[in-house]
Design a protein around this ligand. Sequence first.
Ligand code: E4P
Length: 219
Amino acid sequence: MKFFVDTADIEAIADLAATGMVDGVTTNPSLVAKTGRDFKEVVGEICQVVDGPVSAEVTATDAATMLKEADVLAKIADNVAIKVPLTWDGLKACRVISKDWGREVNVTLCFSPMQALLAAKAGASYISPFVGRLDDIGEDGMGLIEEIRAVYDNYPALDTEILVASARHVSHVRDSALIGADVITLPPNVLRQLAGHPLTDKGLAAFLDDWAKTGQSIL
Ligand code: E4P
């Protein structure tokens, strides 16, 4: 399963990229707003740090203007994946950007398996189902991932990757991997939490204590 980082914070991205665990980045207008910085400049900087796809989202709501915005975003770097919302206009734009331009498209704000099927038929490289936001309203976020996996597996000609979005905690990552999601995008703190376990910390402390007792040094 690939790990994308779900942030527009360039310092956090650079820090995590150094671990070799970052396969891509997702941004959205809310994440860009948090930085207080120029959107295109931020996307350009991220693309210099990360080789994998960097999702940059259009903000128009009609297909024609989405395509104009996508053209600007696509010129920032070759690894910009254009993010469009799951609306009919977004699907129309997706079809043109993916099939005519040959550019990766991430279709976002997916909350149902039928929306995911439409995105795949429109040629999306990624479908982004928002698990955390479904959990927030008492629905089953991971259940949606299972359903999309089952639908896509029924039609092997569809090559859209399931990009689990709105992930809030480590169990979303575990469940996504068990279901066989292709990608998960994670806030930096959740990605960092993946390496942690209290027994790892406890075990390491005990090893270091015992090592100190030997008075030895490897170097
Ligand atoms: C990523 O592509 C999504 O925009 C993001 O994961 C949404 O996360 P949120 O529901 O925590 O805002």
